[in-house]
Design a protein around this ligand. Structure first.
Ligand code: SF4
Length: 326
């Protein structure tokens, strides 16, 4: 498993290759382009090409080899809920996910109905974030299926954003990612469409992650996606979800405006140490208390890691990761 270039994850896990185009967002599919390239390079994993769904049993155990907690995007080269992927194989994927609670798995699909049906009678592990792609108005139906699922984090990826998406009704949604298309035949994304989604996120207090402009910049001019960057009105928006799940020693995420924290909590009590707590609310109150300052606290305490690292720039959004010691 390699480090991913995708800004909202850390690595990708691809136990399935190949897919079938099902919606407008698929037109310039990145997975298709990459698969063709890797096939031409004679990589055994991609020998069946893009049009054939191939299940890779030998890649199922990859996450078991990662010891440190990692954010893993599942199936960046396919769609886990593709009609030709049997439930028995998806079960195997989730068995690995259950065996590795230290990781967080991001699963994004355009086949929201299939995902919804798969989870009928199956529990969703707490280390799984479920998302649907919503690239245009037509694709908004997928959100209704996502909302009915009991995932810790439910997210929407509006990438490639192809039109003004109108109203998204973000109640029950924890995260929205927006991005423009890249590649030779990329379609243009208008700034107003992005601002519309950003405003809805603010209205519903949903973290907003602006990934990139893609091939067309904020000014509408075509140039390299690297030159176009990811500034929106001069600012980066890289917000991520807030989570508050202390059961089962899971990992927790918090996002607050103006500060980023890296918070690890030990659940032991110690009256001598202010700021030492197993309560998430307390955690947030410390964050508020030290808002705007620059501190580093409570590291490697009593076998658990307890630290608060604050940045005083106030410029961008902070990520918080909270680990409850075992
Ligand atoms: S669902 Fe995803 S992987 Fe499959 S064709 Fe569409 S964009 Fe490509």
């Amino acid at each position: 498993m390699k480090k991913s270039k995708i800004e909202w994850t850390e690595t990708t896990w691809n136990p399935i290759t190949g897919c079938t185009k099902i919606s407008d967002g698929c037109k310039n599919c990145y997975a298709e382009r990459m698969t063709k390239r890797l096939q031409a390079m004679d990589l055994d994993k991609y020998k069946n090409g893009f049009d054939k769904i191939t299940l890779h049993e030998d890649y199922l155990n990859e996450p078991l080899k990662l010891t440190s907690p990692t954010m893993i995007f599942v199936c960046s080269m396919s769609d886990l809920f593709h009609e030709e992927v049997p439930y028995s194989f998806i079960d195997k994927v989730f068995n690995v996910i259950r065996q590795t609670p230290q990781h967080t798995y991001q699963i994004l699909t355009k086949r929201a109905i299939n995902m919804y049906k798969y989870f009928h009678g199956r529990a969703i592990p707490k280390n799984v974030w479920l998302g649907v792609t919503v690239e245009n108005k037509k694709a908004r139906d997928r959100i209704q299926y996502l909302k009915q699922l009991n995932a810790i984090v439910k997210f929407i990826s509006c990438e490639p954003l192809l039109e003004d998406i109108g109203s998204l009704l973000l109640n029950g949604i924890d995260w929205v990612i927006v991005g423009g298309e890249s590649g030779h035949n990329a379609r243009k994304m208008n700034k107003e469409w992005v601002l519309n989604i950003k405003e809805q996120c603010e209205l519903y207090h949903v973290p907003f992650f602006f990934k990139q402009w893609g091939e067309y910049g904020e000014d509408g001019v075509k140039r390299s996606k690297y030159k176009n960057g990811k500034l929106l009105n001069g600012k980066e928006y890289l917000e991520k979800p807030i989570r508050n799940e202390f059961e089962n020693n899971e990992y927790h995420y918090a996002m607050m405006h103006d500060l980023t924290y890296d918070v690890h909590f030990n659940n032991e009590q110690d009256s001598n140490n202010k700021g030492f707590t197993d309560s998430y609310d307390d955690c947030l109150s410390y964050i508020e208390e030290y808002n705007g300052t620059n501190h580093s606290y409570f590291k490697d305490y009593k076998g658990g890691t307890v630290s608060i690292i604050c940045n005083e720039t106030g410029e961008t959004i902070f990520e918080t990761e909270v680990k409850k010691a075992k």
